[in-house]
Design a protein around this ligand. Structure first.
Ligand SMILES: CC(C)(COP(=O)(O)OP(=O)(O)OC[C@H]1O[C@@H](n2cnc3c(N)ncnc32)[C@H](O)[C@@H]1OP(=O)(O)O)[C@@H](O)C(=O)NCCC(=O)NCCS
Length: 144
């Protein structure tokens, strides 16, 4: 059974390895405005997710579950914890970019938006600058 909790600096190498394995961006990991949550099973990293905050807006990023552990609910559990964290941080709007998980996020309450509609700070983020508009879908949801 996995435990989901805030990551420590020591988790970064395993997070980087998981994200690289799943072909998600790693070049900008460790920035001050990023908060990572990890799912651990014993000492093993089972999954992760992060919020990258820009005032009352956040980019939900780096949601990843080890390939052998997918499709049993861990992705949604990590996402639920990220929503709780976002509420704690006073976030009102969440944005994300995805090339592979649009259906997952649609079920989690996100709708497709034009990436030009995202706040300017967010459009300046590494993910927005590096993920190609023709490959990555931009999605958003409000937090109540
Ligand atoms: C997207 C991702 C995080 C989802 O993780 P996951 O652990 O498979 O997610 P879940 O198991 O919670 O849900 C996946 C699907 O399995 C289904 N599922 C969950 N538990 C289930 C169970 N016990 N039995 C059968 N199906 C189940 C869910 O209904 C869900 O369907 P949906 O995608 O239509 O909503 C994972 O596929 C991944 O790491 N992908 C690569 C990285 C990526 O693309 N990340 C997103 C970019 S930020």
């Amino acid at each position: 059974m996995e435990v989901i909790e805030k990551a420590t600096p020591g988790d970064l190498p395993a997070i980087r390895e998981l994200l690289s394995r799943l072909e998600l961006p790693v070049q900008d990991l460790g920035a001050e405005n990023q908060t990572f949550l990890v799912a651990r099973d014993g000492g093993v990293l089972a999954g992760c997710v992060a919020l990258e905050t820009y005032g009352e807006v956040a980019l939900l990023r780096s949601l990843a579950v080890q390939p052998g552990r997918q499709k049993v609910g861990l992705g949604h559990a990590l996402h639920d914890q990220a929503l709780s964290l976002a509420r704690e941080l006073g976030i009102r709007d969440l944005y994300l970019l995805t090339t592979t998980a649009e259906r997952f996020f649609a079920r989690a309450g996100y709708a497709r938006v034009d990436r030009g509609a995202a706040p300017a700070d967010l459009r300046g983020s590494h993910e927005f600058r590096t993920l190609c508009p023709t490959d990555a879908v931009c999605m958003a949801r409000k937090l109540t």
